[in-house]
Design a protein. Sequence first.
Length: 284
Amino acid sequence: HIPSSLGVILRTTDKIVWANEFEPIELTCLIESISTNNPRIEWKKIKNGIPSYVYFQNKISGDLENRAQLREPANILIFNTSRADTAEYRCEVAAIEDQRDFDEILISLAVRVKPVVPRCSVPESVTVGTSTELRCLENEGFPAPQYRWFHNNEELPQDPKTSLRFVNFSYIINPDTGSLKFRRVRKEDAGEYYCQAKNDAGNAQCSPKVMDVCDVDILGIFLQSCGGLMAVVTLIFVIYLMKRLCCYKSVYNGNNYNTPAQAPAIDYADADEGHFRHKSSFII
């Protein structure tokens, strides 16, 4: 154990720091004890396991150049954070006159990003009693946003059974994926719908879209069924005619046609003697 008076010791107020994008944030590197005057101070950014300098040889460099400054004793103040600043930062202090001449501390910075306007999918028209799904998606916000749905400017509770206003509604909301599913659509489900994506950095919502709910088209179903029945009857009739035509052709086919037998020869002579008897086969 080295007494604090003989070595450099660092600490920080927060090892895990959250910041909103475009807002300032300070990463603290506090020197509790040191004997060396003008120690060497360096800051490194570590992203995907690869380190790079952000403060080296008494000046800001790398990703934070022109966007940060060193504050006493060894803090880094970032004026306007960006999503690219999310990484680990390591403060290193070297004090050559101290018995313990080096110490470092690691700080994790996560930059929250406000959601952008989500993409909403709302069907224009659905039929009573059918199932349907409304979708909402946003992929810019960090951390990943939670989704909420609104019907005629009134928020739909995740569980409709918890609200007297929506107790008769049959839907399921997934706040992680932005899905709104109706098991059986009712006339009361018609109206304007919009979705809101929200995280700790802020929220954004899409424009309202109208969903109409139509009654079941009984006449259309009947006509469609009749049309299908007529098609079947027509097909059966065509098959019947084709079979009849085939039978007709087979009867009068040249290979099966039988030439009618010739009539027997006629004997034109009577039975008296002396008369010449001739038959149809006689040739002059």
